[in-house]
Design a protein around this ligand. Structure first.
Ligand code: PLP
Length: 368
């Protein structure tokens, strides 16, 4: 049996330290905005090479708070990828602004910089690239265009803790970035968690205020804030896991490299790594014809796969009122029919990778 991602192996490897972190917080009886959150924020900011980190409740809130802190709202537009998890779009919609989708480069699945200019209108305030599957979007042309047109760049780095782009870390490239620490992410908590990182001190202050009831001083409320904070237990767990994040990403790279070697020349499309990008392989996504048959063939052999994502946001019920017809985002829609995420994680063995490859190659020959 090959699981898609073995979270329990992650706990077992770090059990002593995680259990000690748990006891430390329980013994302190301080659960909200204490020393663990403060320490994690410093450590994660250093990890990303930025000045400020603000812990929040989850990745969606991290994105939404950035949008709100930038005063983007009703009447404004934000450019988002057509091919992403729906949270990217929701963060814009929940702030009252309009997500304007731009199609991906089919070779990386990330937003295609060459298509962004034509989507800019006088209402556009920001571009929100996603570093999908742990590979940085092609940020240089995006940042250049944003500079030229006076737009903010907000990174959705939920899948990209530790990823690099021309030597710089994901999260340090735009005016602010959102991270998710959902358990399955490369740096995962044991529950929901997220953060915002930025080099902009005023923006950091605004986000922190909004995350904590619009207050920077207890019971003084200067903005219509929210309650979305990183809690002490999750921060304590994340501190333990942050120390291993680079090493665990390295293991993912070895797995990805083995997949690449074994699957080269097969009847599928392998991931393409952009020049200058060093991905962290949150997911290993291939494109196959007759995906459902292939996935079924693998499942019958005990190999778990997933689909990221089967329905683009433009075709989701949530966005029915925006009237994107079938075929309006043809690249995202084509990808959604062919993508297949293979098992990937820091505790996967090379033997398991071989099992997946053997079965997948057999499936492709059988169904080719
Ligand atoms: C996971 C994810 C989010 C949202 O994070 P949550 O912590 O689940 O709210 C946003 N964007 C992308 C690309 C994600 O993968």
């Amino acid at each position: 049996m090959v699981p898609f991602l073995d979270l329990s192996a992650g706990y077992q490897e770090l059990k002593t330290e995680l259990d000690a972190a748990y006891r430390r917080v329980m013994d302190s009886s301080w659960f909200i905005l204490g020393r663990e959150v403060e320490a994690f924020e410093k450590e994660f900011a250093r990890f990303c090479g930025v000045e400020h980190c603000i812990g929040v409740g989850n990745g969606l809130d991290a994105l939404s708070l950035i949008v709100r802190a930038l005063d983007i709202g009703p009447g404004d537009e934000v450019i988002v990828p057509s091919n992403t998890f729906i949270a990217t779009w929701l963060a814009v919609t929940h702030a009252g602004a309009t997500p304007v989708p731009v199609e991906p480069d089919p070779s990386t699945h990330n937003i295609d910089p060459a298509r962004i200019a034509e989507a800019i209108t006088p209402r556009t305030k920001a571009i929100m690239p996603v570093h999908l599957y742990g590979q940085s979007a092609d940020m240089e042309p995006i940042l250049a265009l944003a500079r030229e047109r006076g737009l903010k760049v907000i990174e959705d780095a939920a899948q990209a803790q530790g990823a690099r782009y021309h030597g710089r870390l994901a999260g340090s490239l735009g005016c602010a970035a959102a991270f998710s620490f959902y358990p399955g992410k490369n740096l995962g908590a044991f529950g929901d968690a997220g953060c915002v990182v930025t080099n902009d001190g005023a923006l950091a202050k605004r986000v922190r205020e909004l995350s904590n009831y619009g207050s920077s001083q207890k019971y003084h409320h200067d903005a219509l804030g929210f309650n979305t904070r990183l809690d002490e237990l999750q921060a304590a767990f994340l501190r333990v896991k942050l120390e291993r994040c680079d090493e665990w990403n390295e293991r993912r790279r070895a797995i990805a490299a083995h997949y690449m070697t074994r699957l080269k020349g097969a009847d599928l499309i392998l991931p393409n790594v952009l020049d200058g990008a060093v991905p962290v392989w949150h997911l290993f996504v291939v494109r196959v014809q007759q995906r459902e048959l292939v996935a079924k063939f693998l499942a019958e052999r005990g190999i778990a796969t997933q689909i990221h994502y089967p329905i683009p946001p433009s075709r989701s019920g949530a966005y029915a009122s925006m009237d994107f017809s079938a075929g309006s985002m043809p690249i995202a829609e084509a990808l959604s029919r062919e993508v297949l995420s293979l098992p990937m994680g820091p505790h996967m063995t090379i033997k398991a990778v071989d099992e997946v490859c053997d079965a997948l190659l057999a499936a492709l020959e059988g169904h080719g």
